[in-house]
Design a protein around this ligand. Structure first.
Ligand code: ARG
Length: 618
């Protein structure tokens, strides 16, 4: 095998080789046929099988065994397998493939470098990841959990593959609702009811809701009171409410204008709202091990000054048009256009996202912009992406095609009743509370397991287990699907959970500690000769690591990597039960120790790439 081999996964090697053979043997008739390489259904006949002959035969109108034979004749030598002859064609046209006995060991040895097969192929890309997206004056809730965890994992996956990433926290810090709460807080402070330096996020959350209520006129109630002649008292009360709400709304609009003009007194209030919200956001990110800093925040306010120019630009270039009094950009394939400016002159969520795409692509040079936002915003992103492509904002200066804009949509977090996850009283679950509960429960689980460890280490282990449990439960579920949040399930040390993976890693590390205690050395160049079925199975899972990370990046699906790590942990457990490591001797022990070492490194690398903390012992 050549020294420059960068492909370690037998399935990929065989898919490529058989793919070339099919194209060679059958030419254009084969189209872009898949080689259909799969694990052999009858392991006694081979490790893998190629199933392509049957569908191709149908298409070409030839007997499948003839097609299989043609494929074999066109197949160039594949160093990892035993040479194939027509005798390896079985049944209706399966081709049985056996790896050379040394092949797995050789592939593993080539894979066993610090890079673990993950080298950057081609030019690194600049990838912008839009994650978190908190809103000012609101507590973070489980809705933000997925965006943060998935966004961070995707960013780490791209970084692991050698790309440059830029995280962007598109903070909801502008517009009328923010002006409403700013005005409300201003009143509280001016009247002496609240001190600005003592305001908490809980206060803001409450003021936000009160401001919403203050500004919502019960015009329907008033109309009903008049229609049903509910009497002068009821009518007067409702009239007062409507007038009050209209006044509150007018005040908020004034506050918005003052913010736009950057009047210091108003900006001061707004700034403290922003600071309080962001402090909590950064605290939660840190607790969760999500890499997100103050510099990553690019709030809606940071685009406010560009919006009028964007509207003008789109009009002058004929991209935007008037429709029912509003300015819109029509998007092919969508019934509803992207709304740029309302008939009252106000700009929208979409307008700000257009400005954000322009900055991300044209200023930051993004080749790819990935939005980790829940699936209910799919239409919004379809409209904005379409409009951004049409307007040229999604195209890098000098480029001929737009950069890739992708919505990595996520499903919802559900409670055990399979409805949106809420507290008993029906409130959103505060993210801070959820994290502390996870830590506390993890503490109980860990304390029972790690009795002999010092208290501070137990606390650190509990934190890691709690974070691993929450993050892995989120990441291992298909991103687009809803999932049920269950502390008991995610904190279990059995099954497809974060703690199970941490435990698998710790177990391997303890083998090495024991080896050291017993004076057994470790040879990182020891030949690996996987012969027992459990050894071969473990090795084959390891070799799938690089391709799996690449696939997770390609499809924006961290759960693919979770799935592989879980398979790896279970394959290791089977291996460890079946194949004595320290109790064996000589070359067997040396080879098995090396297999353990590679397994531990892949597990640790995979967990870190997902943003999950690892442990030395527990
Ligand atoms: N603040 C928004 C919300 O709470 C999320 C922002 C998502 N990112 C974006 N570029 N639109 O819905």
């Amino acid at each position: 095998m050549s020294a420059q081999t960068t492909e370690f996964d037998p399935v990929v090697i065989l898919t490529n080789a058989f793919g070339r053979a099919i194209a060679q043997a059958l030419g254009d008739n084969a189209g872009a046929a898949d080689a259909m390489i799969a694990p052999n259904k009858r392991p006694e006949l081979g490790d893998f099988q190629c199933n392509a002959a049957m569908p191709l035969a149908k298409r070409l109108g030839e007997p499948p065994r003839t097609v299989a034979s043609k494929i074999l004749r066109a197949l160039e030598p594949v160093p990892i397998i035993e040479p194939l002859t027509d005798a390896d064609i079985a049944g209706p046209g399966f081709i049985n493939i056996r790896l050379r006995p040394e092949a797995i060991g050789e592939l593993l040895a080539a894979f066993d470098t610090p890079a673990l097969g993950l080298v950057c192929e081609g030019e690194p890309e600049t990838v912008v990841v839009d994650l978190c997206g908190v809103n000012l004056a609101k507590q973070m809730h489980v809705g933000h959990l997925r965006s943060m965890i998935i966004g961070d994992a995707l960013a780490r996956i791209f970084e692991r593959l050698g790309n440059r990433t830029i995280r962007q926290n598109h903070v909801g810090d502008w517009g009328l609702p923010i002006a409403m709460v700013t005005h409300k807080l201003q009143e509280e402070v001016d009247s002496g009811r609240m001190r600005l330096d003592a305001v908490t996020l809980d206060d803001l959350d409450r003021l936000y809701k009160e401001a919403q209520r203050d500004c919502t006129a019960d015009t329907r109630g008033l109309a009903a009171a008049r229609r049903w002649r509910m009497g002068p008292k009821a009518e007067a009360e409702l009239e007062a409410q409507v007038t009050g709400a209209e006044e509150a709304l007018a005040d908020a609009k004034q506050t918005l204008l003052r913010l736009q003009r950057q009047e210091p007194a108003t900006v001061r209030i707004w700034r403290s709202i922003a600071d309080i919200t962001m402090a909590e956001c950064l605290k939660v990110s840190e607790q969760l091990g999500v890499r997100l800093s103050a510099e990553d925040a690019a709030g809606e306010s940071s685009y406010a000054a560009e919006l009028a120019g964007i509207a003008e630009d789109l009009v002058s270039r004929g991209v935007a048009e008037m429709s029912e009094g509003a300015l819109v950009v029509k998007v092919e394939g969508l019934d509803q256009p992207c709304l740029i400016k309302k008939s009252d002159g106000g700009f929208l969520y979409a307008t700000t996202d257009m400005a954000a795409i322009r900055r991300r692509v044209q200023q930051f040079g993004a080749d790819r912009v990935i939005y980790c936002v829940d699936s209910r915003q799919s239409l919004h992103f379809a409209q904005v992406f379409g409009a951004a492509r049409r307007s040229g904002y999604a195209t890098k200066p000098g480029a001929s095609t737009p950069s890739r804009l992708e919505h990595a949509a996520n499903g919802m977090v559900l409670g055990e009743d399979h409805r949106p996850f809420k507290t008993r009283s029906g409130e959103n679950v505060k993210l801070a509370d959820l994290i502390s509960e996870a830590m506390e429960r993890a503490g109980n689980v860990v304390a029972a397991k790690s009795r002999d460890l010092p208290a501070d280490e137990v606390a650190a282990i509990a934190r890691a287990v709690g974070v691993a449990a929450i993050k892995y439960a989120d990441l291992s579920n298909d991103r687009i699907k809803d999932y049920v949040f269950s502390f008991d399930r995610m904190l279990s040390f059995e099954g497809n959970t974060g703690p199970y993976l941490l435990y698998a890693l710790v177990r391997i590390r303890s083998i090495f500690r024991k080896a050291q205690e017993r004076g057994i050395g470790f040879d990182r160049h020891a030949p690996i000769l996987p012969s027992a079925p459990a050894e071969r199975a473990l090795a084959l899972v390891l070799l799938r690591y690089p391709e799996t990370v690449r696939a997770a990046a390609k499809h924006l699906e961290p759960h693919r990597l979770c799935g592989l790590l879980y398979e790896l942990a279970t394959a290791f457990s089977t291996f460890f039960d079946a194949c004595p490591v320290l109790a064996s001797e000589g070359a067997t022990r040396a080879g098995r120790l090396r297999l353990c070492d590679i397994t531990a490194r892949v597990l640790a690398d995979g967990l870190t790439t997902l943003g999950i903390p690892t442990l030395e012992r527990m």
